[in-house]
Design a protein. Structure first.
Length: 447
């Protein structure tokens, strides 16, 4: 909500909050590794009606090629009943389970593959990717580290290892892996994007901007790179340029309401109130229940002096968050500006009940009581403000007026004169009134 003294939004950066690293690489099925079989100690007993393993393996391979994953799983499971030590069958079963989104079964099948053949790079990489997808970075990191050890020149292994390190709270190590991925594959757009996210989180805005711009150059269809560049510019206090980048991103992702809301707040900071209103109304139309949007509309409508609309939006925001003191204060100020003094007073009091130290609400309460001509009640409120550090000059004029109406002539003169000594031509209309009242009151006091 807007403070009474300055109707502007202070936007705190949620660095990286709007960015989700896109997974651009699905689990890959490499050429089937050779089966790792353990030779039996003695002659294998004859089995009647034994499954035809080569035929089943071919059926599984054909099923994988035509993406008939259930058929592939069935064939491979039959093979493994007969040949439980066949690495290739376990690997391809894990791959098929991954495609069917049977993730726990896929993890177990990859783990079995690696029991049989620990140095199988493809299994390490795919298991690490799968664990990252399951949001288990602590388990993924050693798998991906081993994949990098097995193939240090593999850019995507570096990329995913960097992601696991970043998710595990090791941004420096993650950045090194992303930089290595960029070195290995300069055309891999997602690597500078991921690097940009790490640098953004470390508030290295210049480095993040450079990384995001490189990602956007490599892949103009990656809208998140423009979003990252916008956040980096915003972090560098280059709001005008950031707004332009947010607009470019939203042209590609028009349904991102959170970012459209964010851009509207930046427009408010830039003084583009009409543009901010347009953006906020678009967000509100799409999702009126989005947290904060009604309050923000109340703010911008107040700035534009569209007070009935401001009141409507503030009341709607309060219905959703009745315990938010500054919403009560913002609504009260809008009611005060509409000269709805009793309603304004009630909202100022509601704010102070929730937040007794809110000076803006206290000042507003005193003003609303004064404007209802309840001068005796207004005086202690005004005097309390006068006793606080750095009271506004105009307060003494209002105090003088209160005492004037209450016929406490010495105090009226005292406050009018204090106002005149401090104002020094800053408030010419009130200064003229104060001089006239001092002359008249002094005459009365001499009688």
């Amino acid at each position: 909500m807007l403070k009474a003294a300055e109707r502007s939004l202070c936007l705190a950066l949620a660095l990286g909050a709007l960015l989700a690293a896109p997974v651009l690489v699905a689990a890959q099925r490499p050429a089937a590794p050779k089966a790792a079989r353990t030779k039996p100690a003695g002659p294998k007993p004859a089995v009647t009606n034994s499954p035809d393993v080569p035929a089943l393996l071919k059926a599984a391979s054909d099923a994988l090629d035509r993406k008939d994953l259930p058929a592939a799983v069935k064939a491979l499971q039959t093979v493994l009943e007969v040949e439980p030590q066949m690495t290739a069958a376990w690997f391809n079963l894990a791959y098929a389970f991954t495609g069917l989104r049977q993730t726990e079964e896929a993890v177990k099948a990859y783990e079995k593959t690696l029991e049989l053949q620990p140095d199988l790079f493809e299994a390490r990489l795919n298991l690490g990717i799968l664990l990252m997808e399951l949001k288990r970075p602590a388990e993924a990191e050693p798998q991906l580290a081993k994949a990098v050890e097995l193939k240090p020149e593999h850019s995507r292994a570096r990329l995913y290892h960097g992601r696991s390190l970043s998710a595990g709270g090791q941004p420096d190590a993650a950045a090194r892996e992303f930089q290595e991925a960029i070195r290995l594959d300069p055309a891999l757009a997602i690597a500078p994007f991921d690097l940009g996210q790490v640098l953004l989180g470390r508030k290295d805005f210049a480095g993040a901007l450079q990384a995001f711009q490189k990602a956007a150059e490599l892949d103009p269809g990656l809208p998140q790179a423009r979003l990252g560049a916008a956040l980096a510019l915003e972090g560098s206090k280059r709001d005008l340029e950031a707004a332009a980048q947010f607009e470019q991103y939203l042209a590609l992702q028009p349904g991102d309401l959170e970012t459209r809301f964010h851009l509207a707040r930046i427009d408010l900071q830039l003084g583009k109130n009409e543009k901010a209103l347009e953006g906020l109304q678009a967000v509100y139309t799409a999702n009126p229940g989005l947290s904060g949007v009604a309050a923000a509309l109340g703010d911008v409508c107040a700035l534009l002096k569209r007070l009935p609309e401001s009141e409507k939006y503030y009341r709607e925001a309060l219905a959703a968050s009745p315990g938010e003191p500054d919403l009560h204060r913002a609504l009260a100020q809008t009611l005060l500006d509409q000269e709805k003094f009793p309603e304004a007073e009630a909202e100022f009091r509601a704010c102070l009940k929730l937040d007794p130290g809110n000076r803006d609400a206290f000042k507003g309460l005193a003003t609303s009581v004064y404007l209802q001509k309840r001068y005796a009640e207004a005086v202690p409120l005004m005097e309390a403000q006068a006793a606080a550090p750095h009271p506004p000059v105009g307060l003494y004029f209002v105090l003088g007026s209160c005492y004037d109406h209450l016929r406490d002539l010495p105090k009226a003169v005292e406050n009018y004169e204090r106002f005149l000594s401090l104002s020094q031509n800053q408030n010419p209309d009130q200064e003229w009134q104060a001089r006239q009242r001092v002359k008249l009151l002094r005459r009365e006091m001499r009688k």
